[in-house]
Design a protein around this ligand. Structure first.
Ligand code: EPZ
Length: 427
C-alpha cells in the first residue's frame, strides 16, 4: 500500500486547478441507466470511485469508456439489474443504481452497503421512497430486492417526506421518479449543489425536474418509460476546493488561487474562514485565499447544505488546531467522524472529544509523525497537517485519498509543498 510523505514547510503560493465534482459524477453516471442511448460526461475527475462506478455499470451490462476527464456510457448487452456485494462494498454510493434500475427494468437486486467508518449510514429513506412509488422491497441475505408494482411494472408518481435530508436518498428517488408514471413530490430534500446538478442532467434527458437544490422537488416522469442520453460537463468539486482553501491558509503568508472553483457553493465555509482571519475573495472563475496574520479560534457545527459541510469538518479542525484560543467543532451528520483526532494528537494537536463535539485548544505548532488515514476526508486533514508540521509526516493507507482527490501530490507540489507518494510503503 502506498503512503504519502510530506516535509512540513512554509506557506503555499500559486494556483491549483479544481477538478470536477466526485459527488456529482457518481449519481450522474448512474443516471445513464435511465437511457439506452450513448451518454457523455465531461470534466470527470480521475478517481478510484469513478473506476468503481464504471466497473459496476459494466457489470450491469453497460458499455463504459473512461478517458478522464470524459466518460462515455452506451447500451452494451442486455442489463442484468443486480449490483453485487463485491462492488458495492468498495463504494457505498453504488446504492445509487437502485432507483434507476427498478424504475427502468421493473426490478433490482442491490447489495446493502453495510456499515462505514464514519457512521451506520442506513438507507431506510431510499427504500421508504421507492415503496411510496409502488415498489415491493425485500431484504434477502444482505441484498435489497426491489420490484415494481404488479411484479415488475412501472413505478407511479407519489409524495415522499424525508425524515432527514439525505443526499443520495434524494438523488435515488429523483432518478426513480424520472421514469415513474405521473408526478412525484419530494419534501425535506437535500439541497446540495450536487443534487441540483443531477436535476439539470435529468431535465436534459427529457423528464421534468423542478426545485432541485431546494427542500421541495417536483418531478414529472417521462411518458415513454425511457429517457434520452445526455452530454454534460459537471460542476467543480466544492469539497476539493474547500480542502485546498484550508491548505492555502494553514501557514501564515499563504496565497493560493483555486482555478475554476465556485465561491457560492462554499459560503458556509468561507464565512468561517474569514472569521478565522483568512482573506477569501472571488476572482472571476477563481477563488483566492490569503493569510497574513494569526488564526482566530472559531466554532463550527456541521449541517446539511447550505450549512457547514461535514465533508470539510476534518480539514477545518486542523486549521483550528493552530488557531489562537479554543474552538468547538460539532459534528451533527455522522456519528463517528472524529477518527482523525487521535492521529492529529500524535502530531501535537490538543483536542478533547465529548460525544459529537471536539473542543480544540490551539497550539503553536504541529510535529511530523507517522499517521493512519481512516476515511477520505480524514486523510485530507492529515495531509494538510503534514504541510505545516515540523519535520516529516507519513500518511498511511492513502487509498482513502485516491477515492476523492485527483493527483493531490502533484497539485500541492505546484504551490510549493514538499510532498511525495511512496509506492508500496506498507506491506
Ligand atoms: C453524501 O452521502 C456524500 N456522498 C457524503 O460525502 C457526504 O458526507 C454526505 O452526503 C453528507 O453531506 C455522496 O454524495 C456520494 P446522507 P450520503 O444520506 O448521501 C442519515 C465524501 O466524503 N440517513 O445525506 O450517504 C445518514 O446516516 C462523502 O465524499 C438515514 O438515516 O449521506 C446521515 O446521518 C462521505 N437514512 C444523514 O442521514 C437514510 O436513508 C445524512 O446522510 C439516508 C441517510
Amino acid at each position: 500500500m502506498d503512503a504519502i510523505r510530506i516535509r512540513g514547510g512554509g506557506p503555499l503560493r500559486g494556483t491549483v486547478p479544481i477538478s470536477g465534482a466526485k459527488n456529482a459524477a457518481l449519481p450522474i453516471l448512474c443516471a445513464t441507466l435511465l437511457s439506452d442511448g450513448a451518454s457523455r460526461l465531461r470534466n470527470v475527475p480521475a478517481l478510484r470511485d469513478i473506476e468503481t462506478t464504471a466497473a459496476l455499470l459494466r457489470f450491469l451490462g453497460r458499455d463504459v469508456t473512461v478517458l478522464a476527464p470524459e466518460v462515455h456510457v452506451a447500451a452494451g448487452s442486455s442489463v442484468r439489474p443486480e449490483a453485487p456485494y463485491e462492488l458495492v462494498k468498495q463504494m457505498r454510493a453504488s446504492v445509487l443504481v437502485l432507483g434507476p434500475l427498478v424504475a427502468r427494468f421493473g426490478r433490482a437486486k442491490v447489495s446493502l452497503p453495510g456499515g462505514c467508518a464514519i457512521g451506520a449510514r442506513p438507507i431506510d429513506q431510499h427504500l421508504k421512497g421507492l415503496e411510496a412509488m409502488g415498489c415491493t422491497i425485500r431484504l434477502e441475505r444482505g441484498y435489497v430486492v426491489a420490484e415494481g408494482p404488479g411484479g415488475g411494472g412501472r413505478l407511479r408518481g407519489s409524495e415522499v417526506y424525508f425524515d432527514i435530508p439525505t443526499v443520495t436518498g434524494t438523488e435515488n428517488l429523483m432518478m426513480a421518479a424520472a421514469l415513474a408514471r405521473g408526478r412525484t413530490t419530494l419534501v425535506n430534500c437535500a439541497r446540495e449543489p450536487e443534487v441540483e446538478e443531477l436535476g439539470r442532467v435529468i431535465n436534459k434527458m427529457g423528464a421534468e425536474v423542478d426545485g432541485a437544490g431546494t427542500d421541495v422537488i417536483h418531478i414529472k416522469g417521462s411518458e415513454r418509460g425511457e429517457l434520452a442520453p445526455f452530454d454534460h460537463a459537471i460542476i467543480p468539486d466544492r469539497i476539493e476546493a474547500g480542502t485546498y482553501m484550508v491548505a492555502g491558509a494553514i501557514a501564515e503568508g499563504g496565497d493560493v488561487t483555486l482555478e475554476g472553483a465556485e465561491l457560492s457553493d462554499l459560503e458556509a465555509l468561507v464565512v468561517k474562514m474569514r472569521a478565522a482571519g483568512v482573506e477569501v475573495a472571488s476572482e472571476g472563475q477563481n477563488i483566492r485565499v490569503r493569510r497574513s496574520g494569526p488564526l482566530r479560534a472559531v466554532n463550527v457545527t456541521t449541517a446539511p447544505h447550505p450549512g457547514f459541510p461535514t465533508d470539510m469538518q476534518a480539514q477545518f479542525l486542523v486549521l483550528m488546531s493552530l488557531a489562537r484560543g479554543e474552538s468547538v467543532i460539532s459534528e451533527t451528520i455522522f456519528e463517528h467522524r472524529f477518527q482523525h483526532v487521535p492521529e492529529l494528537e500524535r502530531m501535537g494537536a490538543t483536542v478533547a472529544l465529548r460525544g459529537n463535539t471536539a473542543v480544540v485548544q490551539g497550539v503553536e505548532k504541529l510535529y511530523g509523525a507517522s499517521v493512519m488515514a481512516t476515511d477520505l476526508r480524514a486523510s485530507a486533514s492529515l495531509v494538510i497537517a503534514g504541510l505545516v508540521a515540523d519535520g516529516e509526516t507519513e500518511v498511511r493507507r492513502v487509498y482513502h485519498i485516491d477515492r476523492g482527490y485527483e493527483r493531490i501530490e502533484e497539485k500541492l507540489r505546484r504551490v510549493g509543498a514538499q510532498i511525495e507518494r511512496v509506492k508500496g510503503a506498507e506491506s
